[in-house]
Design a protein around this ligand. Sequence first.
Ligand code: B12
Ligand code: SF4
Length: 498
Amino acid sequence: MFPLNSRYKGLKNPNFFILAKTLHFRDFAKQSSAAFTIALIECERMKVWLINCIDEERKRNIEKTYCSLGTAYLASYVRKYGGYSDLVLSEAGQKLTSEQITLVKPDIVGISSVTQNFDIAESVAKKIKKEIDVPIIVGGKHISALPSTLSKTFSIAVIGEGEETFLELLRAYESHGLENSKLENLNGIAYKKDDKVRVTPRRKLIEPLDKIPFPARDLLDITKDNLHMLTSRGCPYHCVFCASAAFWQRARFNSAGYVVSEIKHLVETYHADNINLLDDLFIANKKRLMEIAQLIKTEGLHNKVSFTCLARANLVDVNIVSVLKHINVTTVNMGLESGCEKTLNFLKCGSVKVRQNMNAVNLLKRYGFHVVASFVIGVPGETWDDSMETLQFLKKARLNDGETYVLLPYPGTQLWNMAKQQGIVNENMDWSKFEIYFEDNPLNRVVVADKLLRTDLLKLLGMFNAEWERHKRRHVFIGRVKSVVNLIMEKTPFYQHN
Ligand code: B12
Ligand code: SF4
């Protein structure tokens, strides 16, 4: 998946040296004629390379399902408000080569990383530094939660929401460089001074959210099969394990008009027939949901595109469900987390009950949705019997699909603070221990369970996975029966209308 810009797709091309020559034309021109150089500098601003760091060696790479929109938002913002148009967006991990770095030859690099990839992000930055001497800025959920861990590998860290801070950094770099004396006046960053990390005050969140243009999907390798959107930032709830709620501080929403224009854009530009609304909690704002539904109907988009979205069991009622049905949402995902009241209470701070989880699944199924859910095991205080209650819940719930994970204490969360106090995690640890799938690294993976052994967790995962398989098989069977019935109904005149 490297790099993603169409301009740089030639990297996989055997003729890429010819392409490289063209790309380095600016350097050639600089040497050949001073006048030409000035003309080029005037029309061409610095080249910005934004990298979403991924683990290219992971067996099951969930990161490749949907590319990161975080860097695409940064790109669209600096393009609109700063006029920076020489932007390269790519993914990179362990397989990044020197050749690729010298081919892109950026003036400044930005790297985005989640916790489990942070060590890879450091090595990507080191590789780039070896080839070219340019500032490397890091941002994202991980470094924002632990700014004091900023290492020498990175020049600066952007803490929290990045668009405005990144724009200011680009402007500063272009006009006077990134010396420390200038950095202390810039909000929302961490940098090194006298070998100590300085963190400047947090920047105000961007308001209204509509100020941020649609993510620069034109710079990503996007097809109609992996289209996704975000229509909000943050969540009104504060679950103990959630890094997102901690990061965004509070919930902000794009207006219904903005959301529907973006849907329309995806339908017109990418011929979208299904869009995955990956917001933490798409249904969080009921008033906005009604407005979106109204606009989707007015625009006739419900006849062109279907949606997948995330919901929360305590918010799922007949009203919400019928609105989702009307706008052609076909799949609803929910983080149900646990079928054990005590465990659920701990994870979600008492905001939802097991009974509400089951009611939500039943209601959604009654309306014909494809219902997908996730659960966690390995929660502090959770016993074998508690996990069995969750397994029983899963057996009873008419879910179409889903997964069970072993709980992780992400930095910035309440769970992180608890795990840190117990010495399970610390700021300087090996971040690959945050492997998503426990079964891929059962000996070293971080675990916060205190009443279950690693071997118990493996056994439990096996039992959960078997149950998920049963659910999937049952739904495939039901799907087949339904299509046969439909076929018979279509072919039998008795069932035909009029
Ligand atoms: C969409 C999404 C996914 C998608 C797509 C992932 C992808 N390729 O981006 C899918 C479904 C595949 C996914 C999977 C997973 N996800 Co996810 N995901 C999200 C979600 C909902 C949105 C991400 C996003 O695009 N945000 C919007 C942009 C604007 O925010 P951003 O990326 O943080 O970028 C902003 C700033 O951080 C900053 N910034 C970021 N990078 C940089 C770089 C520079 C240079 C600068 C200047 C600024 C900057 O500026 C940006 C603009 O403001 C977030 C929660 C959330 N709402 O953010 C969780 C989240 C990122 N996911 C999370 C997790 C745990 C996972 C999974 C492990 C879940 C699982 N159990 O399988 C996997 C692992 C994925 C992986 N990368 O390895 C955690 C990460 C925690 C952490 N500390 O690392 C989050 C925060 C969810 C949570 N509730 O805790 N995820
Ligand atoms: S409801 Fe979801 S997004 Fe909101 S705090 Fe809980 S886990 Fe995070």
